[in-house]
Design a protein around this ligand. Structure first.
Ligand code: ADP
Length: 550
């Protein structure tokens, strides 16, 4: 953190540190009766409100103090989206400790690596994840206790876990008489490790200040647009980049929160959307596949669902069209990453787009969108030279801003900035209006005869073809061109797809030489811990694949 020169005339406004505890205090005082509804791991639906959430968070904060937790200590969670997890968000960060959310979809070896790397003192977990705790406990000497987030009568009796505590016992045994401590707003508040598809996961350490600024910015109308009139269902997990900040921006705005717990299948989600009159949701494209399939198969409609943010990987235009045109749900295509808290850009229209045709508007919305105030972006070539914003030239995407990482936890990876900018690893174009479009991740770009082929465009075309459920494009070895695109396709249940007809479907939609050389139908695509297609696995699997020679 650098220090800046002081003006001889300083402003005369109160200087109140921006602390996460202030969000739940605000929600309690001004939106106290607004609801938080959770589908619990126990199976039932739990309801309470922001005032009760605040009271229980303070009880948990007292419990942590009793357990000896100090400012800056890391406390981990392995939990679904639910009210107890929300209480942990506020109790841990609010009391000055650091909330370390762990992605349970990681391999237990990776989980014990990050628990040890973070030096977590306590680990709170949902019962679903007991097998993970049993697998890692012996390898994590830093953890003083495991806190099971369940009712007393569900507490596992596991002799192998002597340091097992019951969350509800801690809540019952402590009072809600707790004053949130005040400290420097630049103090660490939470820690989130990248999924580490290559090498060890690295930690992004957020601060109270960066979190509050991100919450403000992401709530704006051209961001997530969260308000006190919304019923918000975050499908994106609280263990993945803080559910895109919704556990902060919803209470800050007074929105009702609806947590789906472990049941993320189309039917369970649909029921919750309808019962709780959900107006707004957020998630990665793979989640919407399940929900949309269920809704289509059962000929259903959404009665209150109006808007969703889709990001984490490119939203297929076909999915966006279905949501917008068939179900009347506005789709905001957003882009960001763990290192960016996560939001950087969101796609909404400007006044000048109002009179465009539906198709032209869709073309604008398909891009990853405009930056939120507080983030700057630019594209550069391999020599670091800035490239024009013409919507065609693509280059390495760099970012900077108040909620962008400056270095990884414990300095892993060394100095990661390039002249004060963070290289995202994404390749993008930016158009003259500032709309950014991701072409690819730099490691997924196909290099054919010295030219680049972006795989997202190819996948988007394939996904618009009838019968195609999912598509992924990878580069495979070619003796003449080094690499050529191979398209891997998962068909919709029962659908027939003709390979040649699918390839002909690309005609006129992309440059001819981008057309995949071949198509392989597979049963499923390998997904990583955050629901993204693991292209490195696919490249490994198809390493020896021989493309047909023309
Ligand atoms: P990781 O997958 O490495 O854990 P994140 O979950 O933080 O990291 O994902 C960040 C990456 O996801 C971005 O760098 C980008 O490649 C991809 N991504 C996120 N949103 C989008 C989007 N809307 N379109 C295309 N790619 C996206």
């Amino acid at each position: 953190m650098s220090s800046y020169p002081k003006s001889p005339l300083m402003g005369q406004m109160m200087s109140k540190p921006m602390l996460i505890s202030s969000i739940i205090e605000h929600a309690d005082r001004y939106f106290g009766k607004n609801e938080i509804v959770s589908r619990r791991v126990e199976g039932d639906i739990h309801r309470y409100n922001y005032s009760e959430c605040h009271r229980r968070s303070k009880r948990l904060a007292n419990a942590l103090r009793q357990l000896g937790v100090q400012l800056g200590d890391r406390i981990a969670t392995l939990a679904w989206n639910g009210y107890r997890h929300l209480e942990a968000y506020y109790a841990i960060s609010g009391s000055g400790a650091v909330l370390h959310t762990i992605n349970p979809r990681l391999h237990p070896e990776q989980i014990s690596y990050i628990v040890n790397h973070a030096e977590d003192q306590y680990l709170l977990f949902d019962l679903t994840f007991l097998p993970i705790i049993q697998a890692i406990a012996a390898h994590c000497p830093c953890v003083k206790g495991y806190i099971a987030m369940c009712d007393r009568d569900r507490l596992p009796t596991d002799g192998k876990l002597p340091n097992l505590l019951c969350y509800e016992d801690l809540i019952d045994a402590n009072s809600d008489d707790f004053v949130w401590p005040v400290f420097d707003e630049n103090s660490a508040s939470s820690l989130c490790y990248t999924s580490g598809t290559t090498g060890h996961p690295k930690g992004a350490l957020y601060s109270h200040r960066s979190t509050i600024l991100h919450s403000y910015a992401s709530s704006m109308p051209d961001g997530l647009n969260v308000s006190a009139r919304d019923s918000v269902l975050p499908v994106v997990p609280m263990f993945h980049v803080n559910a895109w900040g919704l556990p902060y921006s919803a209470p800050l705005s007074g929105a009702k929160l609806v947590f789906p717990g472990p049941q993320l299948d189309g039917k369970s989600l649909y029921e919750l959307f309808e019962q709780e009159q959900v107006t707004f949701s957020a998630g990665v494209p793979t989640v919407w596949l399940g929900l949309l399939t269920y809704v289509a198969q059962n000929d259903l409609k959404f009665s209150t669902f109006k808007r969703t943010v889709i990001g984490g990987s490119a939203c297929p235009p076909a999915m966006m069209k279905t949501l917008r045109l068939t179900y009347g749900v506005e789709v905001v295509h957003a882009w960001g990453m763990t290192e960016m808290s996560p939001l950087g850009t969101a796609g909404t229209l400007m006044a000048k787009h109002r009179d465009l045709s539906e198709e032209e508007q869709q073309a604008v919305l398909e891009k990853q969108g405009h930056v939120l105030y507080g983030v700057e972006i630019k594209i550069v070539d391999d020599a670091g030279q800035e490239l024009p914003w013409d919507g065609k030239t693509y280059g390495n995407l760099l970012v900077r801003g108040s909620w962008i990482i400056s270095s990884y936890f414990k300095g892993e990876g060394g100095d990661v900035l390039q002249d004060g900018w963070f290289p995202t690893g994404d390749v993008a174009t930016i158009d003259p209006d500032g709309y950014m479009q991701i072409t690819d991740r730099s490691k997924d770009v196909i290099k054919s005869g010295g030219e680049w082929i972006g795989t997202i465009d190819l996948e988007n075309v394939a996904m618009a073809y009838p019968g195609v459920l999912q598509a992924a494009c990878i580069g495979v070895f070619h003796p003449k061109w080094d690499e050529r695109p191979l398209l891997l396709v998962v068909r919709k249940p029962g659908a027939e797809v003709d390979k040649q007809a699918l390839l002909r479907f690309f005609d006129g939609k992309i440059a001819k030489w981008w057309t995949p050389d071949d198509v392989v139908f597979i049963d499923a695509l390998p997904l990583g811990a955050t629901g993204k297609i693991l292209k490195n696995k696919l490249r490994e699997q198809f390493k020896e694949y021989h493309l047909p020679t023309a």
